[in-house]
Design a protein around this ligand. Structure first.
Ligand code: PNS
Length: 144
């Protein structure tokens, strides 16, 4: 499989995201990590900050690049030669939402979605919890 996209909000990227990105990079020629800019103004970090953090943590992966997209993910995929979207599934609770998006993205543009099961070490990890813990002074060093 050639070029795939790992899309997300990444506000901020967690070790769970990084685990999926690393594993995707082993399976595919090229991985583009793309930060969705549509809702970014409501987030904690700016799009530029998210991109910069992702670039830093993926700098040892030669076939991974980081970008942004605005609008529909499938439009980004079409105009950048992306053949599939790669997403991580942590638990059954992720499944319904992710399946809806995958089916809609296929309906819109025949873009496939490939799911990877999350590393159990990170199945409890999500960016909103990291933000909350950090806001109240908790230790997030092993999470991001
Ligand atoms: O980190 P998240 O919140 O799971 O990322 C979700 C994201 C950004 C991948 C998703 O919301 C998305 O693709 N948004 C772009 C708009 C779009 O294409 N919407 C239709 C999805 S079927």
């Amino acid at each position: 499989m050639g070029r795939v996209a790992c899309p997300g909000s990444f506000d901020p990227a967690t070790n769970g995201h990084l685990d999926i990105i690393r594993r995707a990079a082993l399976l595919h020629d090229e991985v583009i990590v793309v930060v969705g800019a549509n809702l970014a103004k409501h987030g904690l970090f700016t799009v530029e900050e998210r991109v910069s953090m992702l670039e830093e943590v993926t700098s040892d992966l030669p076939n991974v690049s980081v970008g942004t997209f605005r609008g529909l993910l499938v439009d980004f995929c079409r105009s950048n030669g992306v053949s599939a979207i790669v997403k991580g599934l942590r638990a059954v609770s992720d499944f319904e939402y992710e399946m809806e998006m995958a089916q809609m993205n296929y309906r819109l543009a025949q873009i496939e979605t490939l799911f990877m099961t999350a590393n159990p070490l990170y199945s409890f990890l999500r960016s909103s919890l990291v933000r909350e813990i950090a806001t109240y002074g908790g230790d997030i060093t092993s999470l991001v």
